[in-house]
Design a protein around this ligand. Sequence first.
Ligand SMILES: [Mn+2]
Length: 299
Amino acid sequence: MAKSVRIIGTPTDYGANRRGVDMGPSAIRYGGLTKQLEAADVSPSDAGDLTVPHLATRDADAGAANAKHINEVEEVTTTLADAVSDAISDGVTPLVLGGDHSIAIGSMVGSARDADIGVVWFDAHGDFNTPETSPSGNVHGMPLAAALGIGDFEGVKWANAPRLKEENVAIVGLRDVDENETAAIHDSDVTAYTMSDIDERGITDVTLDALDVATSGTDGVHVSLDLDWLDPREAPGVGTPVRGGATYREAHTAMELVAESGAMRSLELVEVNPILDEHNETATLATELAASAFGKRIL
Ligand SMILES: [Mn+2]
């Protein structure tokens, strides 16, 4: 029987510094997501988009300067956590479409609600800032710290995903990390692989190690794919592109290994920004990578 997948659109840009990433879910759907998933022999159903708060005067109402729009981010992630948890309870794999990367807090909290989970985090950035350390105050640079209970998020309670352990979190593909983040990652039990590690050891070894970290003693893995993990030549439609990223084949190989592990409990595709994209190629690439993560093969 084909594996069932529930598509959950989360059209928000409250965590980001560039507008437009809230249109990511539409762009990814338009990029052929359903067809790609069917080619991976899974059975997709689309739950539509979650309701996201609308602010008429967005910039004037930014909330705390060191954690912008924290109340809106809290609302979105709380709604998303329930949607992810409900999908898993229904025996369906949630596929979350962002939206900026702040939504990952909700995905992880929801995925961890009734299980011990690991996380593999494909990203150019550490996403390990806190309101105390963030240079920008944009929450999309903070979701890993938040979900691990690191940092003071203005008393917001979603920051605690009590069943997510640092030793089960692996970041893959780092190449742009703030000084404070470097210290925080070193001080934690999170495992981090940089692009240099991928250069030296190859994507297969690094991804298999990351999956070992995330599956060790857990019930399953949340896979968080920030499209800025890829090189901007492959994925130009992202808010914070950084040169020297994963190639097209490296990204597919990593997702194929995720599928082979059989451990993926939930998946999210984030930071696709159609306003910054070229002919929707980043969104289309996201649909292809999702298919690989769900088991699509060349032969
Ligand atoms: Mn990110």
